[in-house]
Design a binder for this molecule. Structure first.
Ligand SMILES: NC(=O)c1ccc[n+]([C@@H]2O[C@H](COP(=O)([O-])OP(=O)(O)OC[C@H]3O[C@@H](n4cnc5c(N)ncnc54)[C@H](OP(=O)(O)O)[C@@H]3O)[C@@H](O)[C@H]2O)c1
Length: 380
């Protein structure tokens, strides 16, 4: 066996030659060249990054494609980096090489991380403390779906809304990535759920996940909620934001809570097409948001609007992120949840993947998958 960091590498090259090959290996990475439409995404080939002291190099197996990736590409997400940058909130991959001083991880071990950007690449170097071990035997695309979408859903249910069995919840965007996660975890938590969607495919998915579908294009959601529940719901999960938070508040019973977590209105119908250039505006929509949250607290009716942000909570409470992701991996292993993987695209087709998500109507999560390396395919 050669002396590379690749576990059980069985290539027949001399150890030093094998090391040289790994060192000069190229990898594929996607970059956003400017703020704008899908044409801003480019595929580049470059030298593999080397881990610095305290870092681990991870070979990415699966990276999630999410609405915040598209919003950042258009320059309107609070986490938009300066261009050029590599998108990709979350990943599952294999520990490939350890930087100086790193212990506690083994080459070949499967790990998950939420770097916020950088996951659309074959290799990424991350600080050791950003990695969470993934139990063996899980599908990488299903496991990656748990990171951004399911942690968001889990923390909104249990840390923001603090739901109790038997309570009623209204989930907007119920057939989407976070929406389907909310329905699956809401079912585990024993909630009675209502979910908005706009297509018959979406409605079937919502029903299959145990919720009552409401077509928000054909029906007035608030009227429908009061017709179905009389007094309203205990909690509304609202990814739409803006004035929509007001509608959500009207669907609550007294003492209920709206958890606001997105800015989907900023994209729908006005997303940037190819050839259109945007600009970096990380505060886009935030003042509006603050206004509705404050209003929610000031107006009578004991109805609250609370914001949720996965990245803020991860920075403030990294131990919650780790605990919650580990709990979700347990749920997946015990088959209590089953993430819906809408489609798997090769990494180099990141543009097509984002175009599909941007069009809407996707049920579940889109995932980019990386091909195995020639050396890795030699691994037993
Ligand atoms: N705060 C956080 O920490 C956090 C974390 C993750 C995601 N997010 C945000 O959450 C939102 C959803 O993300 P996602 O990945 O789940 O996106 P997604 O998979 O594209 O789902 C979005 C859903 O919203 C629905 N929708 C769009 N416009 C709507 C409208 N006007 N009224 C009702 N429903 C509407 C779509 O349904 P139809 O196709 O049926 O119209 C779709 O099911 C995004 O804004 C994202 O930035 C926030």
């Amino acid at each position: 066996m050669c002396a590379t960091s690749t576990r059980k590498c069985r290539c027949f090259l001399a150890p030093t030659l094998c090391e040289d090959i790994l060192r000069s290996m190229k990898h594929t990475r996607i970059i956003v060249t400017h703020y704008g439409g899908p044409d801003a995404l480019q595929v580049i080939e470059e030298e593999c990054p080397e881990p610095k002291a305290g870092e681990v190099r991870v070979r990415v197996q699966a990276a999630g494609v999410a609405m915040p990736d598209i919003m950042a590409r258009e320059g309107i997400h609070p986490e938009t980096p300066s261009v050029p940058y590599t998108p990709g909130w979350d990943l599952v991959g294999t520990v490939d090489r350890l930087g100086q001083g790193v212990s506690g991880f083994e080459p070949g071990q499967i790990v998950a991380a939420m770097p916020i950007h950088g996951a659309y690449a074959e290799f990424i170097c991350l600080p050791k403390n950003k990695l969470v071990p993934v139990p063996p035997g899980l599908d990488a695309a299903e496991a990656v779906s748990l990171i951004l979408n399911y942690i968001t859903a889990y923390q909104m249910l249990h840390r923001s809304a603090k739901v109790k069995p038997g309570q009623r919840a209204l989930v907007y965007g119920a057939s989407g990535g976070v929406g389907t996660a909310l329905l699956q975890l809401g079912r585990v938590a024993g909630l009675e759920m209502y979910g908005t969607c706009s297509s018959s495919r979406g409605a079937s998915a919502v029903s299959e996940l145990g919720a009552t579908p409401i077509d928000y294009k054909q029906q007035d959601v608030v009227t429908e909620i009061h017709r179905l529940t009389q007094e309203g719901v205990d909690v509304v999960f609202d990814p739409i934001s803006g004035a929509h938070l007001w509608n959500s508040r009207q669907a609550l019973r007294p003492g209920g809570k709206v958890v606001g977590y997105g800015n989907t209105t900023t994209l729908r119908g006005e997303g940037l097409g190819a050839g259109r250039t945007g600009r970096r505006n990380r505060l886009h929509g935030l003042s509006n948001y603050a206004l509705y949250i404050a209003g929610g607290w000031l107006l009578p009716g004991r109805k609250r609007v609370v914001p949720y942000s996965i990245q803020t909570l991860m920075r403030l409470k990294p131990e919650w992120f780790r605990q919650d992701l580990t709990a979700l991996f347990d749920f997946l292993q015990q088959k209590k949840i089953k993430p819906i993987v809408a489609q798997r695209f090769p990494l180099a087709e990141a543009r097509q993947a984002q175009e599909l998500l941007g069009k809407g109507g996707v049920v579940g999560k889109i995932v980019l998958v990386c091909k195995k390396s020639p050396l890795e395919s030699e691994i037993a």
